[in-house]
Each structure stands twice: as C-alpha cells, then as structure tokens.
Design a protein. Structure first.
Length: 429
C-alpha cells in the first residue's frame, strides 16, 4: 500500500514558538502531541530567510537560486513574468503522474496566473491565496486586491482564513481517503496582519494597510498560533477517523524564521536574516506505521530535502534532467540514521552568505565575516574566525566553489525572462 502525505507549512513561525520547542505559552497542544508521537528535529532549516524562495526549493527539491523567480526576495507584485515555470517538474507533479491525488490548501506564492499557478505545477485542486500576505477576514493583499482562489477562479468566502484553510484540508481528506494522496496545507498564520478570530473589527480598522505597525501583540500572535494548531488537530483527527493515520506521513515546518512577535530563543536574528533565527525552523514528522514515537534528532535538514524524501517513500523516481540538491531523510525518519552534509544560503538583502558544515557555520553580512561553532554557540556570539583560521578559510573556499556553480543574482529587480533550461538543469556542487 502506498503511503499518503500531509505537508503542513506555517508562515513566519519562530523556532521557539511551539511548546515542544520551548514556548512559554500553551499554544500548540496538537503539534506538541504530534512531536511525542513522531520525530522532532533540532537542526532543521528553511532554504531561505523569506517566504517564496523557500517555497521554490520545497516544491522542486533544488536550490531556489536555479530559478529566476526565486531571486526575488520575496516574489512581490503581480508580475506575469516571474514564477515557477510549469515545465519544471515538481515533487507534486511527479506524485500526480504516479497516481496520487494532489491538493494545496493555503498559500501558493510562486507566481500569478495565467502563466503560473498550482494547477500548472502538479496540484489537481487548489484553495487559497495566490500571493503573499492577505488579510484574514477580507482576504485582500497589501494593495487591497482580493486574493482568494478555488482552482483558477476567484472565490468569495466568509470567514477567518486559517479556519477556511483547515476546513478545505479536512474536506479533501474525507473525499480522497481511500486512495494515496498528497495534501499540502500552507497556512498564512502567523504571518501579519496580526488578527485572531475575534479581530474582525481590527481588520476593518486597518483596511488598505494590512502590514500595520500600530497593532498586534504577543498575545494576539500566540492566539494565531493556537488557531493554526487547532486546525492541525482537526487534520490529525480526520486521518484517525478515516482509518488512514497509520499509513500517512505528516510533516510540519515553517517557511522561514519568525518576525516581530515570535520567540527565537536561544537563536539570534529573525526573518530576513541568515543568522540562525532567520533560517532554523521547527520540523516535526509523524508516521505511525514506519516511525518510532517520541524521538528527537540532530540530523541537519532543509526544506528541499522533502521532495526526494516523499518520492522515495512513494517509490517514485525523480526527474532525470533536474537532479535534486536536497537529500532524502527517509533513513532518519525510519531508522534514526544521521548523515553529515553541507548547506548553503545567499540573500541579496544585506549581501548575506552562509554555509553550514557539520556543527560549523560560515557567515558573511555586508562584507563582515564570521565563523561559529553551533554545537557550543547556537546564538552566534563568539566569532572564531581568527581562532580557527584554517577552518575559516576552508569553509570560505567551499562557499565560493558552491556559489560559482549557481546562476548569478540578476542585476535588475524584475527581469522579463526566466533562466534557461540549461541553467535550471545545472547539477549542484
């Protein structure tokens, strides 16, 4: 029997925002229980410190820098020129072609119709916003434009967006429980605007300026996480009620680190930073049939690992012309295997560069360079570049070698063409 998959992504969730990661508030009983029933990662990363680049990497299993749209940080506006090319294979399209039912409930943020969209990249069903942040009640974007879709048609719905996403996820499971499926649940919570279920009046107050700076609070932010956690609880209960929980791999993570009201402890930095707080994220996996419960792993993982992981679990071959940069985590999930690897990041914002090799991290921000031993200094306070000059030089050289294999960052803010197929197929270092 082929397994089914539920892949849940929070938006801008901080490393310590969940109870199982040290939250000081009781906001996540469902996710905390999921961690006790499965595997919790301590050293999991997002592919970027901001949203859409991570989503490019997640769906393709490759460094996002290979795709022109991901050079935007994030993908903004309603340009029709930038996005995930429909001709590029995704783990979603490969699972679909292997007979899986596929659906996305929640945020897309990988390019606008008519050229781009979830249904063009492997999903058979879609409900959610096409772009980035939207108001939780009006479902309008930063420019005041309505952004809620069902498949490729605009959808007018009443209700709190987090709950609408949870509703659609539960509905899909109930309809497709008797066949192998991939369900992506991409919440917009706890991304701004800072609104709980009780804040419809606040939504009206800030209409047209949803990235408001005069609202929100830690309590509001924590309530938004609770609303999302309740949705996760409903999804897990639906799997149980349908008799398919044992054979369904459920993954929960975030697209990047937290923002204004999040808890990152003991990490420093936040969204937009290649410091640990901007890229290290919660990651929980549960698969009762094939995983032992109650485990914690220090396996270094990253968003793009899930494409090869899910395809291997499903027995589906990757696309031969677009090799993965990510690595399968199936051994870590099923048998607790841990392997060492090197990971790399770059951002145009503040000219940031980073690399992790084992417990060591090379970091460069606006020309200032650092070396950290994350096993002793996860907060990144003791720069060991002068104390460990040989190691520092070696990591710096490895970063340069990797960067030389990546397409250059475009000079223009919004280009009118995508990378060539040759660029997209370039193998990794």
């Amino acid at each position: 029997m082929k397994p089914s998959f539920v892949f849940i992504v929070a938006d801008d969730l901080g490393y310590a925002d969940l109870g199982c990661y040290g939250s000081r508030a009781p906001v996540s009983p469902s996710l905390d229980r999921m961690a006790t029933e499965g595997l919790r990662f301590t050293d999991a990363y997002a592919n970027s410190a901001i949203c859409s680049p991570t989503r490019f990497a997640l769906i393709t299993g490759r460094y996002q820098y290979r795709l022109r749209g991901a050079a935007e940080e994030p993908l903004t506006g309603r340009t029709r020129e930038l996005g995930l090319p429909p001709e590029h294979p995704t783990f979603v399209s490969l699972l679909r072609d292997a007979g899986y039912a596929t659906a996305l409930a929640g945020k897309w943020h990988l390019g606008y119709p008519p050229r781009f969209g979830p249904l063009k990249s492997g999903y058979q069903e879609f409900f959610g916003p096409i772009g980035g942040g939207v108001d939780y009640f009006t479902h309008c974007d930063l420019g005041g434009r309505h952004d809620l879709y069902e498949n490729e048609a605009e959808a007018r719905r009443e209700g709190y967006l987090t709950d609408l996403i949870s509703d659609r996820a539960v509905d899909f499971i109930q309809r497709r429980a008797r066949e192998p499926f991939l369900l992506s649940v991409h919440y917009t919570a706890p991304h701004w605007p800072w609104e709980t279920r009780e804040d419809e009046a606040e939504s009206k107050r800030i209409h047209g300026a949803i990235r408001h700076l005069d609202g929100g609070s830690v309590e509001t932010y924590q309530a938004m996480i609770r609303h999302m956690d309740e949705g996760v609880g409903r999804i897990l209960a639906c799997l149980q009620d349908g008799g398919i929980a044992q054979d369904t791999l459920v993954i929960f993570t975030s697209d990047n680190g937290g923002e204004r009201f999040s808890d990152q402890w003991p990490l420093s930095g936040k969204k937009n930073d290649l410091l640990e707080g901007g890229i290290r994220v919660p990651l929980i996996a549960r698969w009762p049939r094939r995983m032992q419960p109650g485990r914690v792993t220090a396996q270094v993982a990253i968003s793009m690992d899930w494409a090869p992981t899910l395809l291997e679990a499903a027995g589906v071959a990757p696309h031969p012309e677009h090799p993965f940069d990510g690595a399968s985590l199936l051994g870590a999930l099923e048998h607790g295997k841990v392997f060492e690897r090197e990971l790399f990041w770059r951002m145009k914002f503040r000219d940031q560069r980073a690399m992790r090799a084992g417990s060591w991290k090379y970091l460069s921000i606006e020309g200032d360079e650092f070396l950290y031993d994350l096993s002793r200094d996860a907060r990144e306070r003791a720069n060991l570049a002068k104390r460990e000059p040989t190691r520092f030089a070696a990591l710096r050289e490895r970063y340069a070698a990797w960067a030389a294999q990546m397409p250059a960052i475009p000079d223009d803010a919004v280009a009118e063409k995508l990378y060539t197929a040759k660029d997209m197929a370039q193998p990794s270092v």
